[in-house]
Design a protein around this ligand. Structure first.
Ligand code: SF4
Length: 455
């Protein structure tokens, strides 16, 4: 068979693990396999027996559909285009209806799911690292083993897709055997990235840590003179991070040490777990912080500030990575949580643009970017985009004036302003005399920056 593997051209640091396993599967079967990224004209001019498209993010709906459409004429029948991944799982019916392609829902973890009679469990295969050399695009992590020691998660958090994609919690997978096979075929990799959703929930956790150590990732592990790291990329569940498990984890070179702080109600627990990790020598913590779900902007600010204060107190790094919630079946990123509005979300995005997506653990940088209080944070988010992104350039050239105009608003005027600015599309607002003068003046900042690039 002639097999084409396509990773749509969206921004994704991860190599397409599913396609890499499919590549191994088809190469074992003796098929011809080619891998491309995005819409490749040369590949589209050929005919293929099957085209696989990775369909990861639901909000990349448009680009995935365009990609499928682009390769439609390369196969005899649209059903020979096969899409798999989170998006294909959550929106499989819609995808099939719009494209005629076949959606694979969930994992390819049983034999014969693609070719009846075949006895291979595709999910258990090693990924084909060599196929990444077919294209010029360089994925991050291409010098890392990317693997799982468990599958699924016993929890069912309302904002998480794991229970739909991997409904069964598998406590143990033979990680060492998997990594040994990769070593034999492709040579050793420098680091280990584990994509487990909730490794701490495994009743085989101690055995998993043993496998990691036996695979060459004990404390202070080195390869070719360089330090090796283990990254539990999806984060460790603070509710399950007991002292016993922390002691086991301290035997492997985890960096960064990833946690999640998704709800303000977990604040006390979060603080105690960061302190515990620090007691066991962890110096570099990265925390995922969900926002735009059921949280308020104030509690989002408080959660990221808590990490800054912990970093200060414990003299370690505790960076936050804000993650915007969007519903599991959303086909774009426009969802607005009930305590947020478009302007505030845009404001967070602008701050993160200026900080490259990371919330610094250094108090000075943090307060400069996010404000010294929750009120200041909200005030920053409400500013015109350029005032937030290019803070220095506009500080004395509009931003200070905006701030004093904003602070001078009466209660009613502020209500009007927030209603208008919160709905987004400020440029469409009629700045006519019906609006209070001070609100009009403030709104004029948005249109004048957009018009001239400066004031
Ligand atoms: S614990 Fe994590 S992986 Fe499990 S359901 Fe909740 S968010 Fe998802």
């Amino acid at each position: 068979m002639r097999i084409l593997l396509v990773d749509p051209d969206y921004r994704n640091g991860f190599p397409p693990l599913g396609l890499m396993k499919l590549s191994t599967y088809h190469k074992i079967r003796g098929d011809f396999v080619r891998f491309v990224r995005g819409r490749d004209r040369m590949a589209a001019e050929e005919t293929w027996d099957r085209v696989y498209v990775s369909a990861t993010f639901t909000f990349s709906w448009k680009v995935i559909l365009e990609t499928i459409d682009f390769y439609r004429d390369c196969v005899q029948h649209p059903g020979e285009i096969v899409a798999g991944g989170v998006m294909a799982t959550l929106l499989g019916d819609e995808l099939e209806e719009h494209t005629g392609a076949r959606a694979i829902r969930g994992l390819l973890d049983k034999p014969g799911m693609l070719d009846s009679g075949d006895r291979t469990c595709i999910d258990a295969l090693i990924p084909d690292y060599q196929m990444l050399e077919d294209i010029e695009h360089e994925y991050a992590l291409n010098d890392s083993y990317i693997a799982y020691a468990t599958r699924g998660c016993p929890n069912d958090c309302p904002f998480c897709a794991v229970s739909a994609i991997e409904p069964e919690f598998v406590h143990y997978l033979p990680l060492k055997r998997h990594l040994d096979t990769i070593d034999k075929v492709f040579g050793p990799k420098q680091h280990l990235v584990l994509l487990d959703n909730n490794v701490l929930a495994s009743d085989q956790f101690e055995r998993i840590v043993g496998d990691i150590i036996d695979s060459g990732f004990g404390r202070e592990a080195r390869l070719n003179g360089r330090v090796r790291h283990v990254d539990f990329n999806q984060g460790l569940d603070i509710r399950l991070l007991t002292e016993d498990k922390m002691a086991l984890l301290s035997d492997i070179p985890i960096s960064p040490f990833r946690l999640a702080f998704d709800m303000i109600s977990l604040e006390e627990l979060y603080i105690s777990r960061v302190v515990l990790a620090s007691d066991y020598g962890v110096r570099n913590i990265s925390t995922y912080v969900l926002y735009n779900f059921e949280d308020t902007p104030q509690d989002f600010y408080k959660r990221i500030r808590t990490s800054v204060e912990l970093a200060d107190r414990l003299d370690i790094q505790v960076n936050s990575f804000p993650m915007k919630y969007i519903p599991l079946n959303a086909t774009d990123r426009s969802y607005v949580g009930k305590h947020w509005n478009r302007r505030l979300l845009r404001g967070v995005q602008c701050i993160l643009l200026a900080t490259r997506g990371v919330v610094s653990a250094k108090r000075d940088f943090f307060e400069a970017a996010f404000g010294a209080t929750a009120d200041e944070f909200i005030e920053i988010c409400l500013m015109p985009d350029d005032y937030i992104i290019h803070r220095r350039r506009y500080e004395t050239n509009g931003a200070n004036e905006w701030r004093s105009d904003y602070r001078a608003l009466s209660r009613d005027e502020k209500g009007t302003f927030l209603r208008l600015v919160g709905a987004g599309k400020i440029k469409d607002i009629n700045l006519g005399p019906a609006l209070p003068r001070r609100v009009r003046d403030l709104l004029a900042h948005y249109t004048s920056v957009a018009r001239s690039g400066t004031r």
